[in-house]
Design a protein around this ligand. Structure first.
Ligand SMILES: [Cu+2]
Length: 120
């Protein structure tokens, strides 16, 4: 699985990627790693909760918007694919890749920030 994730990452880096292609890759990775932990981040009151989350490489991370306002999930430095604008109760998921610290924010409300720490 680690190898697959590396391949996906390489593919993403090489291709420059359309968001559609990445979404397909992400879904495939999620299916293959079924059984790995799902980490939920709730978006509520203009905050990501938990604001900082620690996950294992290969884990799925899912945001759900519990506000009446649209929010997005955008990686600082484009380390992972950004979400579209999430409406109320809409979810967005990624699969944690290489270990490291990933900062993200909401492009609609840039003061909304969060951190993902990916461990091996
Ligand atoms: Cu927002």
């Amino acid at each position: 699985m680690t190898t697959l994730l590396h391949k996906i990452k390489m593919a993403v880096l090489i291709c420059g990627i359309s968001s559609f292609a990445l979404a397909v890759f992400a879904d495939d990775a999620a299916n293959i790693s079924a059984g790995s932990k799902v980490n939920k981040i709730e978006i509520k009151a203009f905050m990501f909760n938990p604001q900082k989350i620690t996950v294992k490489s290969g884990d799925k991370i899912t945001w759900i918007n519990k506000d009446e306002e649209p929010h997005t999930v955008v990686s600082v430095g484009k380390k992972f694919q950004k979400s579209s604008a999430l409406d109320t109760d809409q979810e967005y998921s990624i699969t944690a890749g290489a270990p490291g610290t990933y900062e993200y924010f909401c492009s609609v409300h840039p003061k909304m920030t969060g951190t993902i720490v990916v461990e091996k």
